[in-house]
Design a protein around this ligand. Structure first.
Ligand SMILES: NC(=O)c1ccc[n+]([C@@H]2O[C@H](COP(=O)([O-])OP(=O)(O)OC[C@H]3O[C@@H](n4cnc5c(N)ncnc54)[C@H](O)[C@@H]3O)[C@@H](O)[C@H]2O)c1
Ligand SMILES: [Zn+2]
Length: 382
């Protein structure tokens, strides 16, 4: 048996395990059997993931389920819509899915979000399994039970909480992921390292590049450990605040900046994890500017981001634009995380010491944004 580790997500009667390992798709009968034995499974996936990975999981489903069907949804973020949700739900009804059936999401965060939402709605909720296939979805979207679609009012505003019964994180599926998607997903792992503390963050500094090297011949211990740590961190935060009432907010470290960056460039121009990386640097720089942490922490974070190929500041993002700090500031003011008129930032007192601050003066944010957006700063660092 190949190496695998288990991360318990502790949510009372909704508890489940995230299993992380190599070649789990082929070796998941023991994990899936208690959930799907004697039941029909409906696999929701997209054409890219179906072509590359469904044949690996299919024999297991053939063995343990009473039958399975595959439903393809279109590629890309636009699939997270009311229209596509309706198409999917009708397709599942056409195929004879019932309340005892199990929905299985095989794909990235888009597939996981649409399938998870469908699982929550179908006959008021059916069992759901996540088999995430991007690094981003393995450490973030597949864990925690949130799902959402987009509307013309913004991203992820309509959704539910519906926990999966299990999450299967097979790191070997990441071999087929475009390098840029893989590295972007690591941006969320850096975030978890900053939240967790010195031991984890220095482990990432030492092993992060190796984790991302994806040598098919070598065991993937570093990658398995990085994914395990990410899931454990997200799981702990979710367990403390399943329905996002407040404590889950520290998970948004770097994201106030990241969302402003994404809004400014338009969705699709940058990958979310790239915006998160630049956002983490900005959050650290803001923390230092306000005297909460040492500037050495900011430099250290930038070095690690650079070492794995992530942007270490806004100006280093892969777009040719001249960034306008005031425009980014305006997007933040519209962010849904605004509390009482002030923008809420997750800041750092140090590695492992995140906290939410909604008293940050606008002038400090603008100063930091101007520095992070400056090409001069970016160039002199190289
Ligand atoms: N629900 C949550 O808590 C939560 C959290 C974070 C992000 N999200 C959502 O997740 C989405 C982003 O997810 P994502 O980053 O996984 O992107 P994605 O789902 O768009 O996948 C990116 C691309 O990679 C392809 N792909 C997936 N796995 C592959 C593989 N193994 N090999 C080759 N290609 C593969 C997909 O077909 C897709 O074209 C966003 O919509 C975001 O809002 C949700
Ligand atoms: Zn994120």
């Amino acid at each position: 048996m190949t190496e695998r580790v288990r991360v318990p997500i502790d949510l009372g009667e909704r508890s489940y395990e995230v299993v992380v390992g190599e070649r789990l798709l082929e070796h998941s009968a023991d994990i899936l059997s208690p959930i799907v034995a004697g039941r029909r499974v409906f696999v929701v996936t997209d054409e890219v993931v179906r072509a590359r990975h469904l044949h690996r999981l299919a024999p297991v489903l053939g063995e343990v389920a009473s039958g399975y069907e595959t439903v393809l949804i279109p590629l890309g973020e636009r699939t997270k819509s009311f229209a596509q949700l309706e198409v999917l739900l009708n397709r599942l009804l056409d195929l004879g899915m019932d309340r005892r059936s199990v929905l299985l999401a095989l794909g990235g965060g888009v597939v996981g979000d649409v399938a998870g939402f469908a699982a929550a709605l179908f006959m008021r909720g059916v069992d759901f399994v996540q088999v995430p296939t991007t690094l981003m979805s393995q450490v973030d979207s597949a864990v925690g039970g949130k799902n959402a679609i987009n509307t013309r009012h913004g991203k992820n505003l309509i959704g539910t909480f519906h926990q999966p019964r299990a999450v299967l994180n097979d790191v070997t599926v990441l071999h087929s992921l475009p390098r840029r998607e893989l590295v972007a997903g690591y941006g969320e792992i850096v975030k978890y390292g900053l939240i967790r503390g010195e031991r984890v963050f220095s482990w990432l500094e030492q092993h992060g590049p190796a984790a991302l090297a994806l040598d098919e011949q070598a065991p993937q211990q570093a990658l398995i450990e990085a994914v395990r740590m990410g899931c454990e961190t997200k799981g702990d935060i979710v367990a403390a605040d399943e329905r996002d009432q407040g404590r889950r907010a520290i998970i948004n470290l770097g994201h106030t900046f990241a969302h402003a960056i994404e809004t400014e460039v338009g969705y699709g121009a940058l990958l979310h994890g790239e915006a998160v990386a630049a956002g983490l640097a900005a959050a650290a720089a803001l923390s230092a500017k306000l005297g909460y942490c040492e500037t050495a922490l900011v430099e250290r974070l930038r070095r690690h981001l650079g070492a794995v190929g992530l942007p270490e500041r806004i100006a280093a993002l892969a777009t040719q634009r001249n960034w306008d700090p005031a425009a980014l500031m305006a997007h933040m003011a519209h962010d849904k995380k605004t509390v009482g008129g002030r923008v809420a930032f997750v800041l750092l007192r140090g590695v492992g010491e995140p906290f939410v601050d909604n008293t940050v003066p606008e002038a400090a944010v603008l100063t930091v944004l101007a520095e992070e957006c400056s090409r001069h700063n970016a160039d002199t660092r190289r």
